[in-house]
Every structure is written in structure tokens, then in C-alpha cells.
Design a protein around this ligand. Structure first.
Ligand code: SF4
Length: 514
């Protein structure tokens, strides 16, 4: 999982990108980077670690220029190493280009092989470099057409930002798997993986970038194009369960509301007699609030999370029970003692952490422990940019719910169904829409049209461009009206929206049992 950010036309572009990336830090902590342009040349700084560690005041000042893109990375393709950090920047026959990518390409190995046959030399093992080589090799004239040409050859998930000397291009793949949105800060345009990063820099959310849309920002203003064949949307629904920040609203769905709905649905689908309901903090928190609200069981913080856990630890020589989990979570014994406890978590991956949590709660005095999971059993790996373990390591791929219940030693275990999950997210979109309509009614201004990207001045239609120089560029802000088929839920259903090519590496095929 990664986060991307871009800003066009601001005196403090590098510092604002630094802040934007900081707000996206939850999407990747392995490396961070910023590329800047002063209109003539690109500058780049990348490093391993958190945003705050990678950039100093001096480094940000050296990233001179008024246009920037940035990236935070959590590796899903390619090793965790500086050579794979992004943005990737190149000089090619037509100038310079920097590119930052969130997602994962499913035909990268195949394309890389073909490019190497034609003489390309790769500097990294990241799939993103394939896009850069395809852009450099394209026979199209303009950089916009070159990027479109390159992306028409790739398969998989991509929300990406590209920077040239004098333009910023933001593109979302035709299925809209990963999020991408557009905002404004004064006269400057901003793009980001999540709108919560706009908040920190006082930018205004304008709208989500549509699946298959390319937004070009340059000296002429903003242009929107749809260079790819139309496809049915398959947005990653796990963004709403786990990845995105709760204060983000993606594609018209507020993440916090969606998670509360998951908890409400879980309470209806899997009720249990209990004294308290507690979250596994922080990711299980909103769903627990929803569960408590719907079930009437009192909400308590039976587990407290440490926010100061770094990346490496020196373990004591004498083993301490639940050492790894204890670093992050501690039980509140007085709250738990003698209680029948419902514990709500977002997912179970290998089962080892849940097992330790159940044991920790019992040791602290809980009379019963009932696990409730706000998503279905995770049975399949993700190939679109999320770092899930292989199928063999996913406990639900090889065990029934009852076997998992026995393994983690809970009294009962239950998961939310896919149908309930999808419905909960759709309900959150309705709530968001109603909130906007109500707000507009109160302020007596008509709400912007709920759109599919084809409404309003400046919106794009297939194969056409539409542009505006003004800040009053009218764009649909509600996002597309989602329907039950608009989501990827392959990590639970195995229904992958992008079929695999035979070039998927042998290890991946083996674990997929293909
Ligand atoms: S496989 Fe799962 S995590 Fe990956 S894109 Fe689909 S829903 Fe999201």
C-alpha cells in the first residue's frame, strides 16, 4: 500500500508535499520521496523511513520549485530498499519525468521481460519502473499521450501522479481500484490518495478522480481526459475496512461512517449475550462503536494501544508472555475482570495475533471472549497493491470458522458476510449524500449534481477533453453512485477483477493453486 500526493503552482510546494505525505503516512512507512520542478528541471530526494525522518529543513529547501509530487511506500512489489523508493525520475529524449504510483501491476514481469529484450536497463525491482520505461519508449508526441500510451499496456491497479518540468498528471486506473482525489489550495491544485491530507494543508476537496480518468494540470489550467476503454468500477472495499484513514471520504463514502455501519451490521448478523464490547484499537474502534450502538452492549476500552512502537525491538532474553502484542496492546484488567467480552477487530490474517489477544484478555480476568470480525474470512492474497501474506499463510484459506475459533481459543467467533459488508459501505455513501443535500438545503444553495463524471462544465466525456482556467471550474463532487458490483472483494471471495496472465510468477501461482 502506498500514498501519493501532488501540488501544482505553489511557492511552498515541497513543504506542503511534506505535510501532505505526513498525513498519508498510514499508507506506507518504508520509504518516502519528493520530486520538485522549478519549471526547467526536476529535483528529487528519497529516503528510507518515515516522512519526518527522510526530510530535513535543508532538503526541503533544496527541492526548489512550485510543482511537486511525493510518495510514501509500503512495498508490495520489489524489496524494501532505497532503489525501490519513489518517485522514480528519469531524463529521456523529450525531457524529464518523475512518477509516483499507488497500486500493483499484474503484468509487470511480462512487460519488463519485453522491455529488457529491447535493451531497457532497470534500476529497481519495483513494477512502477515498467511504466517509466514505457513512457520513455512511447512513440507518441506529447507527454500526456505518452503516459496514456504506457498505461494502456499495463494491467492492474494504479493511482499515480507524474511530474514534468511544467505539468502534473494524475491518473486512476479504469477499475478505480485505489483512491485518488483532486483539491484546491488558493490558486494551486492538489491531488492525493486521500482527502484527509488536504485538511492538514488547508486545501479544499474538489472531487474524486474517476476510474479511468486522467487529470492534467498545467499552465492552461485543468484538463480531464478518459483515454482508456470504459470498464466496470471495482474499487477496493478493504480501503473502507482497514486502509484509509477514518476521516477520509473516498468516492462519496466516509470511512468512519462505513466502519460504524460494519459494526452495526455485525451486531445484527452475529449477536451475542455479553457485558461489554471492546475494540482491538485502533482499526476496530469505529466498528465497535457501531456494534455497541446496535446491540445495546456497553462500549469499553478493554485494550489500550501504545502509539510509540517503533520498527525494531530488542527482545529480553527471558521470554515475556505475548511480548510482540504487549508492545502494542495492554489489557485494562479492572474493566475486563469477570466480564463476558465481545472483541471487535477488522480482520484476522494469520490468527496468531488474535490468539494472543484472547489469551491476554482471559489472563486479565475476562469470563468469556467472543471475537467478532468486521469483514469476511480473508482467504486470498491481494495482487493490487496490498501486502497480504501468501494463501498458505492465511488461516481462513485452510481452516473453517470453527477451526479458527478453536485455534484462537475464543468462546465464539463470527465474521461479517460479503453482502453485509457491501451493504454497509453503500449505506455510508447514502448517508454522506444525504448530509450534503441537507447542508445545501440549510444554506439554500443547490448541491452539486451527483455525477458519473459526465455532468457539469469541465467534466470529461470519453475521448474528449474539457478544460478551465478558472478556480470556479465546476466538477461533480459526490463521486459516482456506487452499486453492489462496484467493489473488488477478491481477498474474501477470490473473484479477482483483473485476470492473471501466465507470467504471474511461479510462487504466486502455486499459492493461488492455479
Ligand atoms: S484483493 Fe482485497 S485488498 Fe486487494 S484490491 Fe481487492 S479487496 Fe482490496
Amino acid at each position: 500500500m502506498c500514498g501519493v500526493f501532488g501540488i501544482y503552482g505553489h511557492e511552498e510546494a515541497a513543504k506542503l508535499t511534506y505535510l501532505g505525505l505526513h498525513a498519508l503516512q498510514h499508507r506506507g512507512q518504508e520509504s518516502a520521496g519528493i520530486a520538485s520542478s522549478d519549471g526547467r528541471q526536476l529535483k528529487l530526494h528519497r529516503g528510507m523511513g518515515h516522512v519526518i525522518d527522510v526530510f530535513s529543513q535543508r532538503q526541503l529547501e533544496e527541492l526548489s520549485g512550485v510543482h511537486c509530487i511525493g510518495h510514501v511506500r509500503y512495498s508490495t512489489s520489489g524489496a524494501s530498499a532505497l532503489r525501490n523508493a519513489q518517485p522514480i525520475a528519469i531524463n529521456y529524449s523529450r525531457g524529464s519525468l518523475a512518477l509516483a504510483h499507488n497500486g500493483n501491476l499484474t503484468n509487470a514481469d511480462e512487460l519488463k521481460h519485453d522491455l529488457e529484450e529491447l535493451g531497457s536497463i532497470f534500476q529497481s525491482s519495483s513494477d512502477t519502473e515498467v511504466i517509466v520505461h514505457l513512457v520513455a519508449k512511447s512513440r507518441q508526441n506529447s507527454v500526456v499521450d505518452r503516459v496514456a500510451d504506457a498505461l494502456s499496456q499495463v494491467k492492474g491497479a494504479y493511482s499515480l501522479v507524474c511530474l514534468t518540468e511544467d505539468s502534473l498528471i494524475a491518473v486512476r486506473d479504469p477499475l478505480g481500484i485505489r483512491p485518488l482525489c483532486l483539491g484546491k489550495l488558493g490558486d494551486s491544485w492538489v491531488v492525493a490518495s486521500e482527502p484527509s491530507s488536504f485538511e492538514l494543508i488547508d486545501a479544499r476537496f474538489i472531487r474524486d478522480i474517476d476510474p479511468g480518468e486522467m487529470v492534467i494540470i498545467d499552465g492552461r489550467g485543468v484538463t480531464s481526459a478518459r483515454p482508456f476503454p470504459e470498464a466496470s468500477r471495482r474499487t477496493c472495499i478493504f480501503e473502507f475496512v482497514y486502509f484509509a484513514k477514518p476521516d477520509s471520504t473516498l468516492d462519496g463514502v466516509n470511512v468512519y461512517e462505513a466502519r460504524k455501519n460494519l459494526g452495526r451490521a455485525l451486531a445484527l448478523q452475529h449477536p451475542v449475550d455479553a457485558d461489554i464490547v471492546i475494540p482491538v484499537p485502533d482499526s476496530g474502534l469505529p466498528a465497535t462503536i457501531g456494534y455497541a450502538e446496535k446491540s445495546g452492549i456497553p462500549f469499553e476500552m478493554g485494550l489500550v494501544r501504545s502509539h510509540y512502537v517503533g520498527r525494531t525491538f530488542i527482545e529480553p532474553e527471558q521470554s515475556i508472555r505475548h511480548f510482540g502484542v504487549r508492545l502494542k496492546l495492554s489489557p485494562v484488567a479492572d474493566t475486563l475482570r469477570g466480564k463476558r467480552v465481545v472483541v471487535v477487530d477488522d480482520s484476522i490474517v494469520r490468527g496468531t495475533t488474535s490468539r494472543k489477544i484472547v489469551k491476554m484478555l482471559r489472563d486479565a480476568g475476562a469470563a468469556e471472549v467472543h471475537m467478532r470480525i468486521a469483514s469476511p474470512p480473508t482467504q486470498w492474497p491481494c495482487y493490487y497493491g496490498v501486502d497480504t501474506p501468501t494463501r498458505a499463510e492465511l488461516i481462513a484459506a485452510t481452516h473453517t470458522v470453527e477451526e479458527i475459533n478453536q485455534y484462537i481459543t475464543s468462546d465464539t467467533l463470527a465474521y461479517l458476510s460479503i453482502d453485509h459488508l457491501v451493504h454497509a459501505v453503500l449505506e455510508a455513501q447514502k448517508t454522506h449524500q444525504q448530509g450534503l443535500i441537507e447542508q445545501a438545503r440549510r444554506s439554500s444553495t443547490p448541491p452539486p449534481p451527483a455525477g458519473n463524471g459526465a455532468n457539469g462544465e469541465g467534466a470529461a466525456t470519453n475521448g474528449q477533453l474539457a478544460s478551465s482556467k478558472s478556480g470556479s471550474f465546476r466538477l461533480p463532487v459526490h463521486g459516482q453512485a456506487l452499486n453492489p458490483t462496484a467493489f473488488c472483494h477478491a481477498c474474501w471471495s477470490g473473484d479477482y477483477p483483473i485476470k492473471f496472465t501466465p507470467t504471474l510468477n511461479k510462487e504466486q501461482l502455486r499459492f493461488l493453486h492455479l
